[in-house]
Design a protein around this ligand. Structure first.
Ligand code: ZN
Length: 292
């Protein structure tokens, strides 16, 4: 912890206590800082000895929710430490929803992973590009959100490939690349598909904590439910959807709670740029020969 950060922390505390209506740095100082005194049970990164903990940052909740960047080459590489979460948003992009999600993520200084539907990215390529341009990671989630376990093996691979191509095409218009992260719609998978995709260097993004933001609950209930599940695990990959107004309204509440409790949001990126140097999977080139 540097002296300047410590001093800044004191300044922030002073402003928060004074109820400053228009702080000079909205990222460092916010209404969330007024909750600083309520912080309990903060979770500290396991890798640092207690004596090196940046205490003022935790106490004043001044924009330190953004955690480390985790570069992975396979699903097995996604290993979180206690107090770490990965935020994921499925089924977008969607006008009126995704931009608001991006704004909230920016307010809190965190990066997420968006698993986009090919069909949505195809219709809203500008939105897909906006997500990537904001520094978030973009993966895919099939083209049309079908239950892959109900399709033939070839049809399932075709659907995944079609989704990847559509999202990649949308991003290419902005000079951006698709990352190889993939999530099964409805979390419905088969052993064949899982093995096949992983052998093809895709990274399957599992879900540890489902916010169930598609239930017709209030944002407060969704945030509380998600936090309860997170507290039970201590870390994890969290599933949201950037297509619901409920999620738009839940996210600021939930991120404020994360910050107050000392969690950090890990930014997930591919170890190599783009998609690990491989080509997109294609419908006519099965990843695992002889098994279809
Ligand atoms: Zn989905």
């Amino acid at each position: 912890m540097s002296l300047s950060r410590f001093v800044m922390g004191l300044v922030i505390a002073g402003l928060a206590l004074a109820g400053c209506a228009k702080p000079p740095n909205p990222h460092a100082i916010s209404a969330r800082a007024t909750n600083a005194a309520l912080i309990t049970n903060s979770i500290l990164p396991a890798s640092q000895p207690i004596t090196q903990q940046p205490m003022p940052e935790r106490i004043f909740a001044s924009g330190n929710l953004g955690g480390r960047t985790l570069a992975v080459a396979s699903t097995a590489d996604i290993v979180l430490r206690p107090g770490e979460v990965i935020l994921t948003f499925d089924d977008g992009p969607r006008p009126g929803k995704t931009p608001q999600i991006l704004a909230t993520l920016n307010d809190f200084g965190v990066k997420a992973t968006f698993l986009m539907l090919g069909a949505a990215a195809q219709v809203h390529p500008g939105l897909a590009q906006q997500v990537a341009a904001s520094g978030h990671t973009v993966g895919s989630h099939t083209f049309d959100h079908v239950d892959l376990s109900k399709l033939s093996r070839q049809a399932a691979l075709d659907e995944i490939a079609r989704g990847e191509r559509a999202v990649q095409l949308a991003l290419a218009g902005g000079g951006q690349n698709l990352s190889p992260f993939f999530r099964f719609p409805y979390l419905s998978q088969t052993g064949f598909l899982r093995t096949n995709l992983m052998q093809g260097s895709m990274v399957i993004l599992d879900v540890n904590i489902d916010s169930k933001d598609y239930y017709k609950d209030t944002p407060e209930v969704v945030a509380a439910r998600t936090m309860e599940r997170l507290e039970a695990r201590g870390s994890g990959i969290i599933l949201f959807h950037d297509i619901h107004q409920r999620t738009v309204e839940t996210l600021p509440l939930f991120l404020a709670q994360l910050e107050e409790r000392g969690y950090s949001v890990v930014r997930l990126v591919p170890k190599d740029s783009s998609i690990f140097g491989r080509d997109l999977i294609t419908a006519d080139a099965p990843l695992l020969r002889g098994t279809l």
